[in-house]
Design a protein around this ligand. Structure first.
Ligand code: HEC
Length: 172
């Protein structure tokens, strides 16, 4: 096969795959979350908390994975407002689906947090079947942010503004 042609095929396929996976994660959001968390992750006042700019969504990945695997109940404060309801678990979704929908939520609706991988979800599969979570089972996102800041300051003193490695996707 001609090299340029082969390259075009590979590049085309990987672009298509990434577009498809964006569609898939948006569809998962529509199928599994939108009924409660609403379009744009806005939530419903006093009933369903927002995902848009939520400190929980942008906080530790572990919290979000566990919420999907065990569900969440009882009082929780999101963006300064309190909620007290029940979110059923979504443990029937595969690791890949959970990773995909959580990554979608973390990179849309004004959120900016690292992706969640299927491997990360897999690590917490043992949570399935345990009692529903309450907020005391979760890592406090504000504390986690403060600790991350402290750690970054320590590191930053040594090497300031290390250039961020761009993720390069090279197939083959
Ligand atoms: C049946 C309604 C319902 C569905 C469906 C649902 N949630 Fe929730 N979710 C809730 C409720 C209610 C809470 C708050 C629970 C409480 O009061 O303890 C919550 C809390 C959360 C939280 C933590 C608080 C926040 O707003 O940041 C996250 C994150 C979350 N849900 C993500 C999701 C994702 C992602 C999906 C889809 C895969 C989903 N939820 C599906 C009702 C739902």
């Amino acid at each position: 096969m001609n090299k340029t042609f082969k390259f075009t095929l590979v590049a085309g396929a990987s672009i298509a795959a990434s577009v498809l996976s964006t569609f898939a994660s948006a569809d998962l959001y529509k199928a599994k979350c939108v009924a409660c968390h609403q379009a744009g992750g806005a939530g419903l006042p006093n009933v369903f908390p927002p995902l848009a700019e939520s400190e929980w969504v942008n906080g530790p990945a572990e919290n979000l994975i566990k919420i999907q695997l065990r569900g969440l109940m009882g009082p929780i404060t999101v963006k300064g407002k309190s909620y007290n309801s029940v979110m059923p678990p979504n443990a029937a979704m595969t690791d890949k689906e959970i990773a995909s929908v959580l990554t979608y939520v973390r990179s849309n609706f004004g959120n900016k947090a690292d992706p969640i991988t299927p491997e990360m979800v897999k690590k917490h599969r043992g949570e399935v079947g345990k009692p529903m979570l309450t907020v005391k089972d979760l890592i406090d996102p504000e504390k986690a942010a403060a600790e991350a800041k402290k750690a970054a300051a320590k590191k930053g003193a040594a090497k300031k503004e290390a250039p961020k490695k761009e993720e390069t996707k090279e197939k083959e």
